[in-house]
Design a protein around this ligand. Structure first.
Ligand code: SF4
Length: 308
């Protein structure tokens, strides 16, 4: 089996109680069946909590949240399962996060999800140092390789010009992009009220301001890298992957104006979108609509991102 992966995946280590966010709150904690049974049969406090908070049927079990957090999260933001039983007792999802593996035929794509503040720090560090390195190892199926090379080509073009400036050349781009933000973010499934309010109020001016701020801090490579990240993360979804990656990339830039923090704009956005199947599918559906195509038709990159 071949794989494409971000070179820094193996260097990740969790910030634990120093994390400004946590991956153990707001969303469902899914458990593989063996781990669920181990917890349910545990004679100590792990078992007591499991029997109170475990929901779902065999093979699709999850933990209900307590005050919006995993019931195993201590008041110091540490994991009670690790404290009591060691890391080997974690479920597959918990032990992997934020490392993800997307399988595609004979190959797979491995990456660090940017919903994690530490992964964002590493990603931005890579961008500052010349870009994220992706390693291709023994890829078997031509599809992933072709897709990767196509995305690299578009990303390379994004490093050659100022995205916000290019967008300005399109007549009425301000209203069109604001309209697109509204269409995508008005009906999303949200985890956090603060991010929901920020996303629902995004405008074209936020995008221009944020895009310029990211560019000043990280160079033109930031837009190219975040577009590449979303494209590859979505690669096993049905098309149109690239327009969805584009709208996600400009939204991350726009969110900077609401949070005033590069890292927070990235991980808050990714947490709300990437890990909700409903939100991704909804955005893809909107990007497939004739209206979205009309909105994006005038933009400089339309033909590339829609493959026209
Ligand atoms: S979000 Fe990342 S850094 Fe924070 S607790 Fe989870 S894995 Fe660790």
């Amino acid at each position: 089996m071949g794989k494409l992966y971000q070179k820094y995946v193996s260097e990740f280590s969790c910030l634990a109680s120093a994390c400004p966010d946590t991956c153990c709150a707001m969303w469902q904690i899914c458990l593989d069946e063996q781990t669920a049974l181990d917890y349910l049969n545990d004679k100590g406090e792990i078992g007591v909590i499991a029997r109170e908070y475990m929901r779902g049927k065999p093979c699709s079990r999850r933990l209900a949240l307590k005050n919006k957090k995993c019931p195993y999260l201590t008041k110091d933001n540490l994991c009670k399962v690790i404290i009591d039983k060691g890391e080997q007792a974690l479920s597959t999802v918990c032990s992997m996060h934020p490392r993800f593996v997307h399988p595609l035929f004979e190959d797979s794509y491995e990456f660090l999800s940017l919903s994690c503040p530490r992964a964002v720090e590493m990603f931005l560090g890579e961008v500052k140092n010349g870009g994220v390195s992706y390693i291709r190892h023994d890829l078997q199926n031509p599809y992933l390789l072709q897709f990767y090379e196509y995305v690299c080509g578009i990303s390379e073009r994004f490093t050659q010009f100022d995205v916000a400036k290019e967008t300005e050349k399109t007549l009425g781009a301000d209203n069109l992009i604001t309209e697109l933000f509204t269409a995508v973010f008005d009906k999303m499934e949200y985890l956090e009220e603060q991010t929901a309010d920020a996303l629902k109020g995004l405008s074209y001016d936020d995008f221009v301001m944020g895009c310029n701020a990211f560019q000043r801090e990280f160079g033109k490579e930031f837009f190219a890298e975040i577009f590449k990240y979303f494209s590859l993360m979505l690669y096993n979804e049905k098309s149109p992957v690239l327009p969805t990656a584009f709208i996600f990339a400009i939204s991350v830039c726009a969110l900077y104006s609401k949070f005033g923090s590069y890292e927070k704009a990235v991980y808050k956005f990714v947490k709300e979108t990437e890990h909700s199947e409903r939100n991704v599918k909804n955005t893809i559906r909107i990007m497939r609509s004739p209206k979205a195509k009309t909105i994006l038709r005038g933009l400089f990159c339309f033909s590339d991102i829609y493959g026209d």
